[in-house]
Design a protein. Structure first.
Length: 324
C-alpha cells in the first residue's frame, strides 16, 4: 500500500477569512408539524454535519491473518503520523473565528463527541497517545447488531452473574431483538432526551424523541415482555444541559412544549411526564417502572443506579416466589 500524504491545512484556514465578509444568514429548513403520541408535536430539524469515514473503513477492515493485521497497523500508523503533523493546523482551524461564526450561523450539527476531541486534539495527536477513561466514554459508539456482556455484580452482599445484551436501536436492527426477549429478566431502555432537536437518519421526518416514545410504547404493550422488569433511563442529561445553555429552544422542535421555561428542570420534567404517561396507558401488566435521569459520563452515579435497580428487582422477585 502506497502512503497518501495529506496536504497542509493552513491554506484552508486562510480561505476561511473570506467567509467573515458574508452577511446572508442561511434560512432554516422548515416543514409542517408532525404529531407525537401524547399530544407532542414536532417541526422538521436541520441537517447535520457528516465526515467521510475513509480512515475508519480502512481501520475496521475485515482482513484476516498476519498480512491483514500488518496492513491495518500500517494504516493506523499513517493516520497517527498525519494527525500529529496536522494537529497545530487542526487547532487553529477549530478556534478560527470564521469557523465558530459559521457553526453558529448555519446551526451546523457536529457529532456529539466532536467538540470534546477537537478541544483535546493537542493531547490526542501526541505520538504514543493512549486514551483515558473520559476519552473512551466520549467516543459514544453506536451499537450495531447485538452485543453480549457477562459480568458479576454484588447485590446486598451476594454475587450474581448478569448477562446483558446491548442491542442496536436503529429501526433496521430491531428485528434482531426477538430471540433475546423470551427469557429477559429486565429491559433497560435508554432514551436520549438530549435528542429533541435531532431526527432519524433513516427517516428525516421523525424526531428522535418521538421515535423513543413510540418504541417505548411498543415495549410496554408487548405481551412477550410482560414479565420483564422495566428500567427507563432518560439519558444524556449532560448534552441536554449543554444544548439548553447554548440557547437551543425546545419549543422550536417540539411545538407543544409551548411557552414553558427553556430550563433543564422544566424540560426534564416534561419528557419524564410523557414517558410515564406512555407506561401508564400502554403497559400490559401494570408493573413498576424504574425511572432515572442519567449521564453515562458519570460512572459512579450510573453504577449506583444499576445496583439500586438490581436490588429492587431481586427483592421483588424473591417476594413473588414466596421466599420472604
Amino acid at each position: 500500500m502506497n502512503p497518501v500524504l495529506l496536504p497542509p491545512l493552513p491554506s484552508v484556514a486562510t480561505g476561511l477569512d473570506n467567509l467573515q465578509q458574508l452577511q446572508n444568514k442561511p434560512s432554516d429548513l422548515q416543514s409542517p408539524n408532525s404529531e407525537l403520541s401524547g399530544g407532542v408535536s414536532f417541526t422538521r430539524g436541520l441537517t447535520g454535519v457528516f465526515v467521510r469515514a475513509g480512515w475508519q473503513g480502512l481501520l475496521q477492515s475485515n482482513q484476516s491473518g498476519r498480512a491483514g493485521k500488518e496492513s491495518v497497523s500500517g494504516v493506523a500508523g499513517l493516520a497517527a503520523k498525519a494527525l500529529d503533523s496536522s494537529r497545530e493546523d487542526i487547532q487553529a482551524l477549530w478556534v478560527h473565528g470564521a469557523v465558530r461564526k459559521w457553526i453558529q450561523m448555519r446551526k451546523l450539527r457536529l457529532e456529539e463527541s466532536a467538540p470534546f476531541f477537537l478541544d483535546n486534539v493537542a493531547r490526542i495527536a501526541e505520538p504514543g497517545y493512549l486514551p483515558d477513561v473520559d476519552d473512551v466514554l466520549n467516543v459514544r459508539l453506536q451499537t450495531l447488531g447485538v452485543i453480549e456482556h457477562s459480568f458479576p455484580i454484588n447485590l446486598g452482599g451476594t454475587m450474581y452473574d448478569w448477562r446483558l445484551y446491548d442491542v442496536g436501536g436503529a429501526r433496521g436492527q430491531r428485528h434482531a431483538w426477538v430471540p433475546y426477549f423470551e427469557d429477559a429478566t429486565a429491559i433497560i431502555f435508554l432514551a436520549p432526551i438530549s435528542a429533541f432537536d435531532q431526527y432519524l437518519d433513516e427517516d428525516p421526518r421523525t424526531n428522535r424523541i418521538d421515535d423513543s416514545l413510540q418504541l417505548f410504547m411498543a415495549i410496554c404493550s408487548n405481551k412477550l415482555l410482560k414479565k420483564a422488569h422495566l428500567v427507563l433511563m432518560l439519558n444524556k442529561t449532560d448534552l441536554l444541559k449543554s444544548k439548553l445553555k447554548a440557547g437551543i429552544r425546545v419549543q422550536k422542535y417540539i411545538t407543544s412544549y409551548g411557552s414553558r421555561p427553556n430550563k433543564y428542570d422544566d424540560v426534564a420534567s416534561y419528557f419524564r411526564a410523557h414517558f410515564m404517561q406512555v407506561h401508564k396507558r400502554k403497559d400490559v401488566s401494570n408493573r413498576s417502572l424504574y425511572l432515572h435521569f442519567t449521564s453515562m459520563l458519570d460512572i459512579k452515579a450510573t453504577q449506583n443506579i444499576i445496583v439500586n435497580v438490581g436490588e429492587a428487582i431481586i427483592r421483588q422477585h424473591i417476594a413473588q416466589t414466596g421466599l420472604t
